[in-house]
Design a protein around this ligand. Structure first.
Ligand code: DGL
Length: 269
């Protein structure tokens, strides 16, 4: 049975487009409705209480589009508010933490895993707890890297300043002799090269968005929710601020042109 209803994806802003990119790679025929809360971004430094309130509203916007499943692309939301979204939606909801954690546990040889993410994600210990559920023997070392978000949006992928900041952030993790590092933030896949270089390319980098896209494919199949149509998928984008910056910067995150971006009615701040 074919199900052409869209998958809903939301994020605090633009970063979730890296997850849409992975989804379109693994599921090229699935229609997607994306919401980026560009008026209230960033979520990373905000309290879990506020992120939970925002996440409920973000999920409601997607539910108005008759989505068949929700992908929480934002690591911060997945870390502190996945239950809020799950409670509201009577459809499958997948966050990025568990797929990323599972991929890291599969990849690590020495059972020493690093996590990088926003302050909210790191303080929540969500990745650490998820990894321990898969394998209690894995040692986890976390580091918040808040400056990576503006650097990725600025397009400073191979800038000297980015390399210096990456060295500063990642040095403590190198002392812990990690062999696997989870890129636990939507923006970090854009900085893969510089992160790899600073770690002398001998640490396996886990892209949570990519792991999540694979988990979504498995879930759609298990639930019989795949769109079996072979037509090119339809991607729709909604944001809460005016779309200009999202449209300009978004192409770099998505890896293709975005087309028209719509603005939703103002949300409470
Ligand atoms: N999307 C956020 C995340 O993955 C990063 C940007 C923000 O702080 O809102 O955690």
């Amino acid at each position: 049975m074919s199900n052409s209803r869209p998958i809903g994806v939301f994020d605090s802003g633009i970063g979730g487009l890296t997850v849409v990119r992975a989804l379109t790679h693994y599921l090229p025929h699935e229609n997607i409705v994306y919401f980026g809360d560009t008026a209230r971004v960033p979520y990373g430094p905000k309290s879990p209480q506020v992120v939970r309130e925002y996440s409920a509203q973000d999920a409601d916007i997607l539910l108005q589009h008759n989505v068949k499943a929700i992908v929480v692309a934002c690591n911060t939301v997945s870390a502190v508010a996945l239950d809020v979204v799950q409670k509201r939606a009577k459809i499958p909801v997948i966050g990025v933490i568990f797929p990323g954690a599972e991929a890291a546990v599969k990849a690590t040889r020495k059972k020493r895993v690093g996590i990088i993410g926003t302050i909210g994600t790191v303080n929540s210990n969500a990745y650490t707890n998820a990894i321990r559920q898969f394998d209690a023997e894995v040692q986890v070392f976390s580091q918040a890297c808040p400056l990576f978000v503006p650097l990725a949006e600025e397009g400073w992928m191979d800038h000297k300043a980015t390399e210096l900041i990456a060295k500063e952030y990642l040095f403590p993790l190198t002392l812990e002799k990690i062999d696997t590092l989870v890129l636990g933030c939507t923006h970090y896949p854009l900085l893969k090269d510089v992160i790899g270089k600073v770690l002398h390319n001998n640490v396996t980098l886990i892209d949570s968005g990519e792991a999540t896209a694979k988990a979504v494919a498995t879930m759609l199949e298990a639930e019989g929710l795949q769109n079996t149509s072979k037509l090119k998928s339809n991607l729709q984008f909604y944001v809460s601020d005016i779309p200009q910056k999202f449209t300009e910067v978004g192409e770099r995150f998505l890896g293709q042109k975005l087309g028209k971006v719509h603005r939703v009615a103002a949300l409470a701040m």
